[in-house]
Write a protein that binds this ligand. Structure first.
Ligand code: SF4
Length: 220
């Protein structure tokens, strides 16, 4: 039986898709590039992540073997545009060592989703959002990614509580939708697009594609 909030969650998706069109995420050429991007995008604007990835590619370092072979201090200068580059260099190095030891993409792809998620969360510097970005966009698993934008939009809509934790909100989405990785990936991308285009810290409710269904926008 579908959750009581399913119709509302699906209606928001339909309006966002109609308003913005398909977003075509994740912008990467390979699953490994998705993983690198997911680690570098922590507290960083995507444009800066792209610059860091371009520098890694130009240096021949956009491969797990190449990054695992370097000490973090040798990785850090290449990812400087992404910010927190010393921290992220340690995280990238740790991730690549774990990734190779676990059998790389093929070895990890054989693991069931919950086991893979637990393993990702045990890697240095990988939190729930990063793990779920990787599960969804690199491994094609039906795991809904939660971020600050998701929490902001759905609490303003009056559908979710702002104080819900990550796992509660993730379970809430997953109970409302078919477990379809393409749907989950597109929905998360549309949420990010909407948070940047209209539902910013100071929301631009006039003309918002969700205004008709939004308890915040209705009074704005
Ligand atoms: S109407 Fe305003 S608060 Fe509601 S989703 Fe749109 S921008 Fe956000």
């Amino acid at each position: 039986m579908r959750a009581p909030h399913a119709a509302a969650v699906r209606a928001v998706y339909a309006r966002l898709l109609e308003g913005y069109g398909p977003q075509g995420w994740w912008p990467a050429e390979t699953p490994f590039e998705v993983m690198v991007g997911a680690i570098l995008t922590q507290n960083a604007a995507w444009a800066n992540v792209e610059r860091a990835i371009a520098r890694l590619r130009a240096a021949g370092l956009l491969a797990p073997e190449a990054l695992a072979a370097l000490p973090p201090e040798a990785i850090a200068p290449h990812i400087r545009p992404a910010g927190y580059f010393n921290v992220k260099a340690r995280r990238l190095a740790a991730y690549c060592r774990w990734y190779l030891a676990a059998g790389g993409l093929e070895g990890l792809a054989r693991r069931p989703t919950e086991a893979l998620r637990r393993a990702l969360l045990a890697v240095h510097g990988v939190g729930p959002e990063t793990a779920d970005d990787i599960l969804l966009y690199a491994f094609g698993r039906p795991v809904f990614v939660i971020d600050a934008y998701t929490r902001r939009i759905f609490s303003r809509l009056g559908l979710a509580e702002a104080g819900w934790g990550y796992e509660r909100l993730r379970a809430w989405f997953e109970a409302a939708l078919e477990p379809d990785p393409d749907l989950f990936g597109e929905y998360h991308a549309l949420i990010v697009r909407h948070a940047k285009a209209a539902c910013r810290k100071r929301p631009a409710c006039a003309g918002c594609v969700l205004r008709g269904d939004c308890s915040t926008g209705a009074g704005a």
